[in-house]
Write a protein that binds this ligand. Structure first.
Ligand SMILES: Cc1cc2nc3c(=O)[nH]c(=O)nc-3n(C[C@H](O)[C@H](O)[C@H](O)COP(=O)(O)O)c2cc1C
Length: 193
């Protein structure tokens, strides 16, 4: 499955924050909003995720590619990844797990179920709050995707997003005919007497 989002998952507390890179994640329900992360029990963050039943999925921009890789190869048992990568843990709104200030979008999550899958355990969670960097929100309140500059991960490589190919529903949307940008109304000609 590629590309997938390489996210920075933060857990623990503001005083003792932990962070690891997670690419096994996604949205599984709209109403109520639900997500999951799959984490190997061997990870240093695992017992904290399990005990506190909270985490934040932070979506990094391309400028954080190095931090994403670092947080995915170094363990919190050896280094303070926040300090090493200059990441700032800040208070979240609905959970005690910290948000990462440098990420344009953060999803605050509360675990509802832990499902052992084999190599990984799946943490199914409710998304209880979403924060978005003000600079990434347009006047209409919509997310300005180009400003977020999200990362993608495919078969061991990191990418930034390419050019936009269309918007939701473009495959079925009626095309404007060239030279007919305004709506025209057909007025029936008066019958000639
Ligand atoms: C791009 C990328 C994606 C990763 N995705 C996951 C994942 O979905 N689940 C997981 O358990 N580990 C994943 N890892 C590995 C962990 O992030 C890595 O083992 C990390 O060092 C664990 O940190 P910790 O020991 O401080 O908890 C990924 C690593 C990278 C580089």
């Amino acid at each position: 499955m590629a590309p997938v989002p390489p996210t920075l998952v933060s857990c623990g507390t503001l005083e003792e924050p932990l962070v690891l890179t997670v690419a096994w994640t996604g949205i599984v329900n709209t109403i109520p909003p639900k997500t999951y992360i799959s984490v190997r029990p061997q990870r240093h963050s695992y017992p904290v995720l399990r005990q506190r039943e909270e985490f934040v999925i932070n979506l990094p921009g391309a400028d954080l590619a190095r931090a994403v890789d670092y947080c995915g190869v170094k363990s919190g048992s050896q280094v303070d990844k926040f300090k090493e990568m200059g990441l700032s843990p800040i208070a979240s709104h609905q959970v005690e797990a910290p948000t990462i200030a440098q990420c344009p979008v953060s999803l605050e999550c509360r675990v509802s179920q832990i499902i052992p899958m084999g190599s990984h355990d799946m943490f199914l969670a409710d998304i209880v709050n979403v924060t978005v960097d003000e600079s990434c929100v347009g006047a209409d309140g919509k997310l300005l995707l180009s400003r977020c500059d999200f990362l993608a991960y495919a078969h061991g490589s990191y990418f930034s997003l390419g050019k936009e190919l269309g918007t939701f529903g473009f495959s079925v949307r009626r095309k404007k005919r060239p030279g007919k940008s305004k709506k025209t109304f057909h007025t029936p000609k008066k019958k000639e007497k």
